[in-house]
Design a protein. Sequence first.
Length: 327
Amino acid sequence: MRCSPARPTHPPTTNLIPRSGSMVKRVLVTAAVVIGALGAAAGCSGPAPQSSSRASAEAEIPVVTASPTVSNLNKALLPLDQYVATADQMSDLQYASALLASDCMKRYGIAWDPGERPVLAWFRDRTNRLGFVDEVNAAKFGYHPDPATAGDGQNPDKKRGVQLTDEQARVLQGDGDGQKSNGDIPEGGCFGEGRRKIGWDPGDTMWVQMIWNDATQRSLADKRATELNARWSSCMAESGYRYDKFEDAQDDRRWWKQDDAPASRAEINTAVADVRCKKKINYVGALTAVLVAYQQQAVDKNAERLASVRGKTDEALKKAAAVLGGR
Protein backbone atom coordinates (compact mmCIF):
# COMPACT_ATOMS: atom_id res chain seq x y z
CA MET A 1 0.00 0.00 0.00
CA ARG A 2 1.35 3.39 -0.94
CA CYS A 3 0.40 6.94 -0.22
CA SER A 4 -2.26 8.23 -2.61
CA PRO A 5 -4.58 11.24 -2.78
CA ALA A 6 -7.66 9.07 -2.31
CA ARG A 7 -6.35 7.53 0.91
CA PRO A 8 -5.00 10.30 3.17
CA THR A 9 -2.64 9.12 5.88
CA HIS A 10 -3.36 11.86 8.39
CA PRO A 11 -5.77 11.72 11.31
CA PRO A 12 -8.49 14.16 12.38
CA THR A 13 -7.44 17.62 13.51
CA THR A 14 -7.70 16.72 17.18
CA ASN A 15 -4.52 14.73 16.84
CA LEU A 16 -1.94 15.73 14.26
CA ILE A 17 0.23 12.66 14.77
CA PRO A 18 -0.32 9.75 12.34
CA ARG A 19 -1.45 6.51 13.86
CA SER A 20 0.84 3.51 13.77
CA GLY A 21 0.41 0.77 11.20
CA SER A 22 1.50 -0.32 7.76
CA MET A 23 0.30 2.86 6.07
CA VAL A 24 2.51 5.04 8.24
CA LYS A 25 5.48 2.70 7.96
CA ARG A 26 5.46 2.97 4.20
CA VAL A 27 4.81 6.64 3.77
CA LEU A 28 7.23 7.94 1.20
CA VAL A 29 5.28 10.87 -0.14
CA THR A 30 4.93 10.38 -3.89
CA ALA A 31 4.07 12.75 -6.68
CA ALA A 32 0.40 12.17 -5.97
CA VAL A 33 -0.15 15.13 -3.69
CA VAL A 34 1.73 17.44 -1.36
CA ILE A 35 0.64 16.27 2.05
CA GLY A 36 0.50 18.68 4.91
CA ALA A 37 -0.11 18.45 8.58
CA LEU A 38 -3.88 18.38 8.42
CA GLY A 39 -4.55 16.13 5.46
CA ALA A 40 -8.11 15.86 4.24
CA ALA A 41 -10.30 16.57 7.23
CA ALA A 42 -14.07 16.34 7.06
CA GLY A 43 -15.99 19.41 6.05
CA CYS A 44 -13.11 21.07 4.20
CA SER A 45 -12.67 21.05 0.47
CA GLY A 46 -9.93 22.53 -1.62
CA PRO A 47 -10.33 24.84 -4.60
CA ALA A 48 -10.97 22.52 -7.51
CA PRO A 49 -9.96 23.51 -11.05
CA GLN A 50 -12.77 25.57 -12.57
CA SER A 51 -13.18 26.05 -16.30
CA SER A 52 -16.18 26.31 -18.60
CA SER A 53 -14.29 25.54 -21.78
CA ARG A 54 -11.01 24.24 -23.07
CA ALA A 55 -9.96 27.78 -23.93
CA SER A 56 -10.54 29.06 -20.39
CA ALA A 57 -8.68 26.05 -18.96
CA GLU A 58 -5.69 26.72 -21.20
CA ALA A 59 -5.77 30.39 -20.17
CA GLU A 60 -5.15 29.31 -16.58
CA ILE A 61 -1.94 27.47 -17.46
CA PRO A 62 0.86 29.66 -16.09
CA VAL A 63 4.00 30.46 -18.03
CA VAL A 64 7.30 29.02 -16.78
CA THR A 65 10.35 31.02 -17.80
CA ALA A 66 13.16 29.04 -16.14
CA SER A 67 13.82 25.73 -14.41
CA PRO A 68 16.03 25.99 -11.32
CA THR A 69 18.46 23.21 -10.50
CA VAL A 70 17.49 21.97 -7.05
CA SER A 71 18.10 18.53 -5.57
CA ASN A 72 14.87 18.46 -3.56
CA LEU A 73 12.02 20.68 -2.49
CA ASN A 74 13.71 21.52 0.83
CA LYS A 75 15.99 23.90 -1.06
CA ALA A 76 13.23 25.67 -2.97
CA LEU A 77 11.41 28.84 -1.94
CA LEU A 78 7.75 28.54 -2.88
CA PRO A 79 5.14 31.32 -3.02
CA LEU A 80 2.87 29.64 -0.47
CA ASP A 81 5.67 29.12 2.05
CA GLN A 82 4.98 32.50 3.66
CA TYR A 83 1.38 31.49 4.36
CA VAL A 84 1.87 27.91 5.57
CA ALA A 85 2.76 27.31 9.20
CA THR A 86 6.15 25.66 9.63
CA ALA A 87 6.62 22.36 11.42
CA ASP A 88 7.73 24.15 14.58
CA GLN A 89 4.77 26.51 14.42
CA MET A 90 2.34 23.63 13.90
CA SER A 91 3.91 21.91 16.89
CA ASP A 92 3.41 25.04 19.01
CA LEU A 93 -0.23 25.39 17.98
CA GLN A 94 -1.02 21.73 18.51
CA TYR A 95 0.74 21.34 21.83
CA ALA A 96 -0.54 24.60 23.32
CA SER A 97 -4.06 23.51 22.37
CA ALA A 98 -3.44 20.11 23.96
CA LEU A 99 -2.20 21.65 27.21
CA LEU A 100 -5.28 23.84 27.43
CA ALA A 101 -7.42 20.81 26.59
CA SER A 102 -5.81 19.01 29.52
CA ASP A 103 -6.79 21.89 31.81
CA CYS A 104 -10.32 21.68 30.48
CA MET A 105 -10.46 17.93 31.12
CA LYS A 106 -9.61 18.54 34.79
CA ARG A 107 -12.84 20.49 35.18
CA TYR A 108 -14.64 17.26 34.38
CA GLY A 109 -12.57 15.27 36.82
CA ILE A 110 -10.56 13.59 34.06
CA ALA A 111 -6.78 13.38 34.28
CA TRP A 112 -5.60 13.52 30.68
CA ASP A 113 -1.90 13.83 29.92
CA PRO A 114 -1.28 15.50 26.53
CA GLY A 115 1.91 13.49 26.17
CA GLU A 116 5.12 14.69 24.62
CA ARG A 117 5.37 17.67 22.34
CA PRO A 118 5.02 16.56 18.69
CA VAL A 119 8.14 16.77 16.54
CA LEU A 120 6.37 16.52 13.16
CA ALA A 121 9.59 15.44 11.43
CA TRP A 122 7.57 14.02 8.55
CA PHE A 123 6.06 17.47 7.97
CA ARG A 124 9.44 19.20 8.11
CA ASP A 125 11.17 17.15 5.40
CA ARG A 126 10.02 17.91 1.83
CA THR A 127 12.62 15.76 0.09
CA ASN A 128 10.17 13.40 -1.58
CA ARG A 129 7.13 15.66 -1.78
CA LEU A 130 7.25 15.74 -5.59
CA GLY A 131 8.20 12.11 -6.00
CA PHE A 132 10.92 9.81 -4.75
CA VAL A 133 14.31 11.48 -5.30
CA ASP A 134 16.38 10.39 -2.29
CA GLU A 135 19.38 8.54 -3.75
CA VAL A 136 20.96 7.85 -0.36
CA ASN A 137 17.80 6.14 0.81
CA ALA A 138 17.42 4.40 -2.55
CA ALA A 139 20.89 2.86 -2.33
CA LYS A 140 20.25 1.52 1.18
CA PHE A 141 16.55 0.79 1.42
CA GLY A 142 15.09 1.01 -2.06
CA TYR A 143 11.68 2.69 -1.88
CA HIS A 144 11.22 1.79 1.78
CA PRO A 145 11.87 4.31 4.55
CA ASP A 146 14.97 4.17 6.70
CA PRO A 147 14.02 1.88 9.63
CA ALA A 148 15.83 4.23 12.00
CA THR A 149 13.48 7.12 11.17
CA ALA A 150 10.38 5.28 9.99
CA GLY A 151 8.67 5.98 13.29
CA ASP A 152 9.26 9.74 13.21
CA GLY A 153 5.84 10.36 11.75
CA GLN A 154 4.13 8.34 14.44
CA ASN A 155 5.72 10.28 17.31
CA PRO A 156 3.79 8.25 19.94
CA ASP A 157 2.80 9.97 23.13
CA LYS A 158 4.99 7.83 25.36
CA LYS A 159 3.79 9.50 28.55
CA ARG A 160 0.13 8.86 27.88
CA GLY A 161 -0.75 5.54 29.46
CA VAL A 162 -4.44 5.85 30.33
CA GLN A 163 -6.96 4.78 27.69
CA LEU A 164 -9.97 7.11 27.66
CA THR A 165 -13.46 5.71 27.91
CA ASP A 166 -15.97 6.63 25.20
CA GLU A 167 -17.51 9.27 27.45
CA GLN A 168 -14.13 10.73 28.35
CA ALA A 169 -13.17 10.82 24.66
CA ARG A 170 -16.40 12.69 23.97
CA VAL A 171 -15.40 15.30 26.52
CA LEU A 172 -12.01 15.63 24.85
CA GLN A 173 -13.11 15.66 21.23
CA GLY A 174 -16.77 16.64 21.29
CA ASP A 175 -19.74 14.91 19.73
CA GLY A 176 -18.45 14.83 16.16
CA ASP A 177 -18.19 17.09 13.14
CA GLY A 178 -21.15 19.37 12.61
CA GLN A 179 -22.84 18.38 15.88
CA LYS A 180 -23.36 20.55 18.91
CA SER A 181 -22.13 19.05 22.14
CA ASN A 182 -24.74 17.91 24.62
CA GLY A 183 -24.79 19.23 28.16
CA ASP A 184 -22.00 21.55 29.21
CA ILE A 185 -19.25 20.03 27.06
CA PRO A 186 -17.57 22.77 24.98
CA GLU A 187 -18.19 22.77 21.25
CA GLY A 188 -15.57 20.51 19.74
CA GLY A 189 -14.82 19.16 23.20
CA CYS A 190 -11.89 20.30 25.28
CA PHE A 191 -9.69 20.31 22.20
CA GLY A 192 -12.06 22.77 20.59
CA GLU A 193 -11.91 24.96 23.68
CA GLY A 194 -8.11 24.84 23.69
CA ARG A 195 -7.87 25.90 20.07
CA ARG A 196 -10.35 28.74 20.55
CA LYS A 197 -8.40 30.08 23.54
CA ILE A 198 -5.32 30.59 21.41
CA GLY A 199 -7.34 31.62 18.37
CA TRP A 200 -6.24 28.79 16.11
CA ASP A 201 -8.75 27.69 13.49
CA PRO A 202 -7.62 24.39 11.91
CA GLY A 203 -10.10 25.07 9.13
CA ASP A 204 -7.95 28.00 7.98
CA THR A 205 -4.85 25.84 8.13
CA MET A 206 -6.57 23.13 6.09
CA TRP A 207 -7.77 25.68 3.55
CA VAL A 208 -4.23 26.88 2.88
CA GLN A 209 -3.04 23.28 2.67
CA MET A 210 -5.76 22.42 0.18
CA ILE A 211 -4.65 25.31 -2.01
CA TRP A 212 -1.14 23.90 -1.82
CA ASN A 213 -2.38 20.43 -2.73
CA ASP A 214 -4.44 21.77 -5.61
CA ALA A 215 -1.46 23.66 -7.05
CA THR A 216 0.58 20.45 -6.82
CA GLN A 217 -2.08 18.38 -8.53
CA ARG A 218 -2.34 20.93 -11.31
CA SER A 219 1.45 20.88 -11.70
CA LEU A 220 1.54 17.09 -11.96
CA ALA A 221 -1.24 17.15 -14.57
CA ASP A 222 0.51 19.86 -16.58
CA LYS A 223 1.79 18.91 -20.03
CA ARG A 224 5.30 19.86 -18.94
CA ALA A 225 5.14 17.21 -16.22
CA THR A 226 3.88 14.73 -18.81
CA GLU A 227 6.87 15.53 -21.00
CA LEU A 228 9.19 14.95 -18.04
CA ASN A 229 7.50 11.60 -17.48
CA ALA A 230 8.17 10.55 -21.06
CA ARG A 231 11.84 11.52 -20.81
CA TRP A 232 12.18 9.64 -17.52
CA SER A 233 10.54 6.55 -18.99
CA SER A 234 13.00 6.58 -21.91
CA CYS A 235 15.93 6.95 -19.53
CA MET A 236 14.72 4.01 -17.45
CA ALA A 237 14.28 1.90 -20.57
CA GLU A 238 17.91 2.53 -21.49
CA SER A 239 18.84 0.91 -18.15
CA GLY A 240 16.53 -2.03 -18.75
CA TYR A 241 13.53 -0.90 -16.69
CA ARG A 242 10.11 -0.68 -18.32
CA TYR A 243 7.86 1.78 -16.52
CA ASP A 244 5.47 4.22 -18.16
CA LYS A 245 4.92 6.53 -15.20
CA PHE A 246 7.01 7.77 -12.28
CA GLU A 247 4.77 6.17 -9.70
CA ASP A 248 4.85 2.79 -11.45
CA ALA A 249 8.40 2.14 -10.29
CA GLN A 250 7.73 2.92 -6.63
CA ASP A 251 4.33 1.20 -6.71
CA ASP A 252 5.69 -2.02 -8.19
CA ARG A 253 3.88 -4.75 -6.25
CA ARG A 254 7.07 -6.75 -5.95
CA TRP A 255 8.37 -4.27 -3.38
CA TRP A 256 5.29 -4.30 -1.15
CA LYS A 257 4.46 -7.93 -0.46
CA GLN A 258 5.45 -7.53 3.19
CA ASP A 259 5.62 -4.26 5.09
CA ASP A 260 8.64 -5.13 7.22
CA ALA A 261 10.61 -7.11 4.66
CA PRO A 262 13.96 -5.51 3.72
CA ALA A 263 14.33 -4.20 0.19
CA SER A 264 15.51 -6.73 -2.36
CA ARG A 265 18.49 -6.09 -4.59
CA ALA A 266 16.08 -5.67 -7.51
CA GLU A 267 14.16 -2.97 -5.63
CA ILE A 268 17.33 -1.12 -4.66
CA ASN A 269 18.69 -1.20 -8.20
CA THR A 270 15.39 0.04 -9.57
CA ALA A 271 15.16 2.85 -7.02
CA VAL A 272 18.70 4.02 -7.74
CA ALA A 273 18.08 3.99 -11.49
CA ASP A 274 14.82 5.88 -10.91
CA VAL A 275 16.49 8.66 -8.91
CA ARG A 276 19.42 8.97 -11.30
CA CYS A 277 17.12 9.30 -14.28
CA LYS A 278 15.23 12.05 -12.48
CA LYS A 279 18.50 13.85 -11.83
CA LYS A 280 19.49 13.45 -15.48
CA ILE A 281 16.36 15.25 -16.69
CA ASN A 282 16.40 17.82 -13.83
CA TYR A 283 13.05 16.45 -12.70
CA VAL A 284 12.87 18.30 -9.39
CA GLY A 285 14.04 21.60 -10.86
CA ALA A 286 11.70 21.50 -13.83
CA LEU A 287 8.70 20.41 -11.80
CA THR A 288 9.47 22.93 -9.06
CA ALA A 289 9.37 25.69 -11.66
CA VAL A 290 5.91 24.54 -12.73
CA LEU A 291 4.79 24.30 -9.10
CA VAL A 292 6.04 27.83 -8.36
CA ALA A 293 4.00 29.14 -11.29
CA TYR A 294 0.81 27.42 -10.11
CA GLN A 295 1.36 28.48 -6.51
CA GLN A 296 1.90 32.10 -7.54
CA GLN A 297 -1.30 31.91 -9.53
CA ALA A 298 -3.10 30.65 -6.42
CA VAL A 299 -1.57 33.40 -4.28
CA ASP A 300 -2.70 36.07 -6.75
CA LYS A 301 -6.26 34.70 -6.72
CA ASN A 302 -6.49 34.35 -2.94
CA ALA A 303 -4.18 37.13 -1.74
CA GLU A 304 -6.63 38.82 0.64
CA ARG A 305 -7.76 35.67 2.46
CA LEU A 306 -4.24 34.24 2.58
CA ALA A 307 -2.99 37.42 4.24
CA SER A 308 -5.88 37.28 6.71
CA VAL A 309 -5.18 33.65 7.60
CA ARG A 310 -1.48 34.36 8.05
CA GLY A 311 -2.31 37.25 10.34
CA LYS A 312 -4.62 35.12 12.49
CA THR A 313 -2.03 32.35 12.62
CA ASP A 314 0.61 34.80 13.83
CA GLU A 315 -1.71 36.02 16.59
CA ALA A 316 -2.47 32.43 17.59
CA LEU A 317 1.25 31.70 17.73
CA LYS A 318 1.76 34.57 20.17
CA LYS A 319 -0.92 33.17 22.48
CA ALA A 320 0.47 29.66 22.06
CA ALA A 321 3.92 30.93 23.07
CA ALA A 322 2.43 32.42 26.24
CA VAL A 323 0.80 29.09 27.11
CA LEU A 324 3.95 27.14 26.41
CA GLY A 325 6.14 29.60 28.29
CA GLY A 326 4.15 29.11 31.44
CA ARG A 327 4.53 25.32 31.52
